[in-house]
Design a binder for this molecule. Structure first.
Ligand SMILES: Cc1cc2nc3c(=O)[nH]c(=O)nc-3n(C[C@H](O)[C@H](O)[C@H](O)COP(=O)(O)OP(=O)(O)OC[C@H]3O[C@@H](n4cnc5c(N)ncnc54)[C@H](O)[C@@H]3O)c2cc1C
Length: 386
């Protein structure tokens, strides 16, 4: 592993940063205020390959690697956390499980149009009673004729209100607990799929987070992903990858908060001088920069390990590193955004300043794809071997 980015990765970083500054940043405030899903921006991101950064070219992706993906999500999240996670879900939570567990036909039919950004994907694991306890699924998938009938409620689905296709988990054998869960590819046009609620949230307002009701939703048998009753291991495997994306999102938000703070502290004058001259402010900037760098190193290592494993194996082998990166990055981003608001003084509390949005947006990174408590459980289990 090289600590310096390769020339290719530097080029991707430059492209992502320019795109973020030119196309994403100017809309970040507006979509936060209106909660409007940024369709145009997502379309433009797709033209750069950002909806399938590490998806092989034969399936419509850009054919880069996971390090490139982590760079893209970081750069986009640096200016807009909503757009960052929309892309992260499309890449990792949707395309990834199909690439890893899907048939050739499923990859061609579903990965390709989503990686090209012609369609939007989402991921339906959580239910009202099954968040951290994700194995406690109540949605059912009953075998009927040539397919399955799905019934249940899925909660907190990012991209859910606008998605064309979803990865959905449901119980096929209730006697087996989490070993009786299967995974399906469900099109939102299938009869029985209904968006029943759009969530009003603290942050990442433009992500079309929805509750989905499945009522006798008919899914053809060829849309079973992987083997029947093996769905929960697909869910856990997918979360290992997803957590690296959230670590990238959190690192990006924190970097954005530092960028804003560096600029503001040199402009804002108090007691006849820029506040950046005060040691108290300098120490906050220094602490932010130090922690962001530490977070980025954890992130890069996890992404590099993902690239060593590729798509070939079911065993992640970077469960520990993904959780270390996600836990540290998300809690670090909380500290960084807190400091950024402090540096901005009263203006940091105003919606006119980006750090106010970053402070709210950051909070979710400590919650989704496994809360900080769940990351600690995963890390301790990896350390202790039980
Ligand atoms: C904005 C948003 C977007 C989301 N997007 C998606 C998505 O796209 N797809 C999807 O499937 N899900 C999504 N989620 C769901 C998210 O992953 C869950 O909310 C999260 O995993 C926590 O589950 P919960 O909300 O049920 O909290 P709970 O599981 O009820 O947890 C409540 C508290 O108890 C703690 N706790 C629970 N169990 C333990 C334990 N064993 N030990 C110690 N502490 C514990 C938790 O850490 C937390 O502090 C999203 C959530 C939000 C808010």
């Amino acid at each position: 592993m090289h600590l310096e980015l390769s020339d290719d990765h530097k080029m991707i970083q430059k492209t992502a940063r320019e795109f973020a500054e030119k196309e994403v940043k100017p809309k970040a405030h507006e979509i936060d205020e209106t909660s409007e899903f940024p369709r145009d921006t997502v379309k433009k991101a797709a033209e750069l390959g950002f909806l399938g950064v590490y998806v092989p070219e034969q399936y419509g992706g850009a054919g880069f690697d996971h390090v490139a993906y982590s760079i893209v999500i970081e750069e986009i999240s640096r200016v807009c956390a909503s757009t960052g996670v929309i892309l992260s879900v499309c890449n990792t939570l949707f395309c990834d499980p199909i690439l890893r567990f899907g048939t050739e036909e499923q990859k061609k039919k579903y990965v390709a149009p989503h990686a090209r950004g012609e369609k939007i994907g989402c991921y339906c694991l959580t239910e009202p009673q099954a968040g951290s306890d994700a194995g406690n699924q109540k949605s059912t998938a009953e075998k009927k004729g040539d397919g399955y009938l799905l019934n249940g409620t899925k909660a907190w689905v990012t991209n859910g209100a606008v998605a064309d296709t979803a990865i959905v988990y449901a119980v096929t054998d209730p006697k087996k607990g989490s070993k009786g869960i299967s995974c399906f590819i469900v099109e939102s046009s299938f009869p029985g799929w209904k968006v029943t609620r759009e969530e009003k949230k603290m942050g990442i307002n433009a992500t079309a987070t929805a509750e989905i009701s499945l009522q006798d939703c008919r899914v053809p048998k060829e849309n079973l992903l992987g083997e029947e009753n093996k769905g929960f291991s697909i869910a856990l495997r997918t979360l290992d990858d997803g957590r690296v994306g959230i670590a990238a999102q959190a690192t990006g938000i924190a970097q954005g908060a530092l960028d804003e703070s560096l600029r503001y502290s040199q402009e804002r004058v108090a007691f006849g001088q820029p506040i950046a001259n005060f040691q108290a402010i300098r120490f906050m900037l220094a602490d932010m920069a130090t922690e962001i760098e530490a977070s980025r190193l954890l992130l890069r290592r996890a992404a590099w390990l993902q690239d060593q494993v590729g798509f070939s194996t079911i065993e992640a082998r970077y469960t520990l590193e993904a959780s270390l990166a996600k836990l540290f990055a998300s809690e670090m981003a909380a500290r960084a955004c807190h400091k950024a608001v402090q540096i901005h003084g009263g203006y940091g509390y105003s919606r006119d300043y980006a750090v106010e949005r970053m402070y709210r947006d950051q909070r979710i990174t400590e919650l989704y794809e496994g809360t900080s408590e769940i990351q600690r459980l995963v890390i301790a289990r990896q350390l202790l071997g039980n």
